[in-house]
Design a protein. Structure first.
Ligand code: NDP
Length: 329
């Protein structure tokens, strides 16, 4: 049962440069927000990670509080890493984050140096790693000076606990300030992790332009709007879907008839391109070269294989783009 990675793993995946850095990212990356908690089956998680790496997905994205409970995804990843992926450590880019609530009291949330430094130490222990490749501040903190938060990221890179630093969910103006602070410190920010998908296009209004200006990459999270941008909800809400099983972040009430009408129209456009809706949603993000990689979550291997097929066609004709725009409004 010992894992041996597929020898053909680098044959088909395409890689894109992350901003002005030395790092190449696979066009599709795998996130462990869901499906890796202690309530999930570890063997399913293992099969997802193996399938990903066997197909050239070299980037796994985690955070301190992915679970449930908080910390569980890192613990489970750590177990699987130790058993399966240790020999491949230098072929992998592993990220973690801190910025949301993690432990009780005033030092387990937001953006203080106290929180970030302690949290990364905890993450490294849970995962059994000496360092992460990317450490992110997970969201802006309105009350901590940005200099302190960025100083903590710089410090952790200097200490060798992270190779690169990133930010997530920062608006364009704050991104510009953060990038300036980090450049001055000598640890340029590698990457920004924003929410971006066909139904949530806020990044087009300034953020992507700022990232290009700063020479930073972008990794788009929730590219399938947690599963809504697939064909799965078109004929009712399946029992094994995130909306039914989990309900923490995607609620059945969010999947309204108006939304499904839009999704149905997008599904038809995808069919005409010879793609599943999930594939088109991924391709639609990658048509913009400023998107370094699309960060999917999957609950089944088949979903990952479906998503990987997106890379066969990431070009859109003018008329397809127009049609999509008219559906999205
Ligand atoms: P997606 O939008 O890709 O949604 C994933 C869900 O979509 C899956 O769990 C599955 O749902 C469904 N799905 C995926 N592929 C298919 C397919 N081919 N056909 C049908 N259904 C499919 O991403 P997530 O919302 O999971 O986010 C991805 C990653 O982004 C996270 O794991 C995390 O790493 C990161 N993230 C970062 C955040 C941040 O603040 N920085 C916040 C949120 C996420 P089902 O379970 O129903 O089968």
């Amino acid at each position: 049962r010992p894992y041996k990675a597929d020898d053909t793993r680098y044959n088909t995946m395409q890689y894109r440069r992350c901003g002005n850095s030395g790092i190449l990212l696979p066009l599709i990356s795998l996130g462990l927000w869901h499906n890796f908690g202690h309530t999930n089956d570890l063997e399913t998680g293992r099969s997802l990670l193996r399938c990903a790496f066997d197909n050239g997905i070299t980037h796994f994205d985690l955070a301190n509080n992915y679970g449930p409970p908080y910390g569980a995804a890192e613990e489970n990843f750590g177990r699987i890493f130790k058993e399966d992926f240790q020999p491949y450590r230098d072929e992998l880019l592993i990220s973690s984050k801190a910025g949301w609530d993690m432990w009780p009291g005033p030092y387990g949330n937001f953006g203080s140096r106290k929180y970030l430094v302690a949290s990364l130490d905890q993450s490294l222990k849970r995962m059994g790693l000496d360092y992460v490749d990317i450490f992110y501040h997970h969201r802006p903190d309105p009350d901590t000076p940005l200099e302190e938060t960025m100083g903590a990221l710089h410090h952790l890179v200097q200490k060798g606990k992270a190779l690169y630093a990133g930010i997530s969910q920062y608006p364009a103006d704050l991104t510009a300030r953060a990038a300036k602070i980090m450049k001055d410190l000598g640890t340029p920010l590698l990457i920004h992790q924003p929410r971006y998908n066909m139904l949530d296009r806020w990044v087009e209004d300034g953020l992507l332009g700022e990232l290009e200006k700063q020479g930073m990459g972008a990794i788009a999270f929730s590219p399938l709007e947690q599963g809504i941008l697939t064909n799965k909800y078109l004929n009712g809400i399946p029992k094994d879907s995130r909306a039914t099983k989990d309900g923490r972040y995607l609620k059945e009430s969010q999947i309204t008839p108006e939304l499904l009408k839009k999704v149905g129209a997008l599904n038809n456009i995808a069919k005409n391109r010879g793609q599943s809706l999930a594939q088109m949603a991924i391709a639609w993000l990658l048509k913009d070269e400023r998107i370094s990689t699309v960060l999917v979550g999957v609950s089944k291997k088949e979903q990952l294989l479906d998503n990987l097929e997106a890379l066969k066609n990431i070009k859109f004709s003018e008329s397809e783009l127009k049609e999509i725009k008219s559906v999205l409004g």
